[in-house]
Design a protein around this ligand. Sequence first.
Ligand SMILES: NC(=O)C1=CN([C@@H]2O[C@H](COP(=O)(O)OP(=O)(O)OC[C@H]3O[C@@H](n4cnc5c(N)ncnc54)[C@H](OP(=O)(O)O)[C@@H]3O)[C@@H](O)[C@H]2O)C=CC1
Ligand SMILES: O=C(O)C1=N[C@H](C(=O)O)C[C@H](O)C1
Length: 228
Amino acid sequence: MRVLVLGQGKTGKLVAEVAAERGHSVHVLDAKENANASALTPPFVAGFDVVIDFTSPEAVVQNMKAVLATGAKMVVGTTGWYDRLQNARELVERKQAGLLYGTNFSIGVQVMLQLASKMGELLKSAGYKFSIEETHHVTKLDSPSGTAISLSEVVKRSTGIGEVPITAHRVGDAAGTHVLEAKSDADKLVLTHESYSRRSFAEGAVRAAEWLSTRTGCYDFQDVYSQM
Ligand SMILES: NC(=O)C1=CN([C@@H]2O[C@H](COP(=O)(O)OP(=O)(O)OC[C@H]3O[C@@H](n4cnc5c(N)ncnc54)[C@H](OP(=O)(O)O)[C@@H]3O)[C@@H](O)[C@H]2O)C=CC1
Ligand SMILES: O=C(O)C1=N[C@H](C(=O)O)C[C@H](O)C1
């Protein structure tokens, strides 16, 4: 595939590496080359089979508008933009484009989300209080993390609880730790996922791009990751 990676930061760099290792031809645009999505003209985007975005909550919205308006396919790893999801869905449908987004492309986190759902279902009538903690690097722009929000949504759905408190910590270069705790007066049950390399995010994103390359429509990685 011809892959265009937007963002040459901590994760985008690795995505480009993994895509090349998997035999794809890769072009990367950094913030200067693509200020306000200026590089993403229809003829330029048409030169790629899929675009992968690991930029910022602000940049990704402009990038999605430009790419999806051409009817192209786009994998979005960037978090912190989900209040615009409905707009993106409408654009995808109108243009018969392809969008696959995910708060976390690590398979370990996807399994944690499934375990969290089961944990909520089994404990919902047993008087447990749920809470979430996440720890990331100090340069992270969004808070709480997209993954923590996904975890809280899963627990709310499976328990019927209205709110699950999230505490965010910013420490050094932490790649991302998520902890879900269910606590009663007598005991606690804890689920923890710790990333100590960003490689699993990059591998998940490239697999997602391969999967999306033959499809149109809008997909959450949570719903389709097991098909990859
Ligand atoms: N879904 C997942 O599995 C994961 C998601 N993420 C998310 O991905 C995003 C990026 O994370 P991370 O790699 O750590 O962040 P970084 O800050 O390391 O990288 C983002 C890069 O994007 C660049 N950028 C900004 N605007 C544009 C633009 N218009 N075009 C091209 N490049 C641009 C930035 O440049 P400059 O610094 O010059 O502005 C920066 O180099 C975050 O939202 C994060 O939450 C991260 C890891 C996993
Ligand atoms: O910014 C990061 O680093 C990460 N962001 C994602 C999130 O917001 O959940 C995924 C992962 O935790 C790393």
